[in-house]
Design a protein around this ligand. Structure first.
Ligand SMILES: [Zn+2]
Length: 152
């Protein structure tokens, strides 16, 4: 920037003559304004110093008590156990295999495996009885396999 020595008007550095007629060629360029902001490109924000206006706050300590979260294994274990029990009374041919599969899936990812083991055993025994019963009712098993000790 150059300032006209006569009228004080501001001109660009390339300007050779002021509108008032004064010669600007020997005028020294003005220093850039001290408060000028750095050029900001379109679409970019000026750099922000880190944590400006956001003082570091330490996160509160975790509570010692962690609430129990239920995983899919827990859900499958309960589902398998319930299905296995229900299968003894209703729709065993559907619920017993479901209970067996769900209990096995729950057994794989469960830490409390007692219920899963119970579900596997109950559904496996029930499924075996169910299959035996179906085969026997349809006379698909020989008598020496289906008869017990007392030949009932
Ligand atoms: Zn001038």
């Amino acid at each position: 920037m150059k300032q006209c020595p006569v009228c004080g008007a501001l001109h660009g550095d390339e300007q050779a003559q002021c509108a008032c007629g004064a010669d600007l060629t020997r005028q020294q360029p003005l220093p850039p304004p001290a408060q000028a902001a750095p050029p900001v490109q379109m679409g970019s924000l000026p750099p922000v110093p880190p944590f400006a206006g956001r003082p570091f706050v330490p996160s509160p300590p975790r509570p010692a008590f962690v609430p129990k979260t239920y995983t899919w294994a827990d859900v499958l274990t309960v589902l398998g156990f319930t299905a296995a029990l229900t299968g003894y009374f209703r729709a065993g041919i559907l619920l017993l295999p479901l209970g067996l599969v769900a209990s096995l899936a729950g057994f794989w990812g469960n830490k409390q495996r007692g219920l899963a083991v119970a579900g596997v055993v109950i559904s496996a025994v029930g499924l075996l009885l169910e299959i035996m019963s179906i085969l026997e009712k349809n006379c698909l098993l020989p008598y020496w396999l289906t008869d017990g000790v007392f030949f009932l």
